[in-house]
Design a protein around this ligand. Sequence first.
Ligand SMILES: [Zn+2]
Length: 167
Amino acid sequence: MGYSKERVQKAVDARWRESTERRRNRRFWKRVVLPLNFDNEKCWGWRGSFFQNGYPQLWHNNTNMKGNRLSWEINRGPIPEGMMVLHTCDNKGCVNPSHLYLGTHTENMKDASKRGRHKSGEDHYHFIRTEGVVDRCKDLRRCYSADEVAEYLGIGRTTVYRCLNAC
Ligand SMILES: [Zn+2]
């Protein structure tokens, strides 16, 4: 019984996949902020960078990956083609797998407009600069103290309070 070239290549590929996956998972968990007292009802924070639209991001294998998609893949399994990973908690920065569900783009838009988050026609730059952070503060504040919110978002407490008071 010999080793065919294909068999060896297959083994090497599997090894490589396994090690990059492990590295990805390690980097993911390093950035997750678990709720106090392991209260899984609460959102999981993200101590890392965010996309401009407020979703957590992780650079992996030359791709900028969305934290909520990663969380799904790591904790639940593969994401079917064309499906989006959506939030039940309406907190874009959350990576708690039990707050995530699979849906289509249409469902996402429907949800967003129902919640009044969809801001069509509004100046995009303005949205990122101000309301992105304001929304995230308000979302997180439902589950967390102002101090915790400040820590998650990497902003000062005063900014948090200013965001919470903004309408
Ligand atoms: Zn959540």
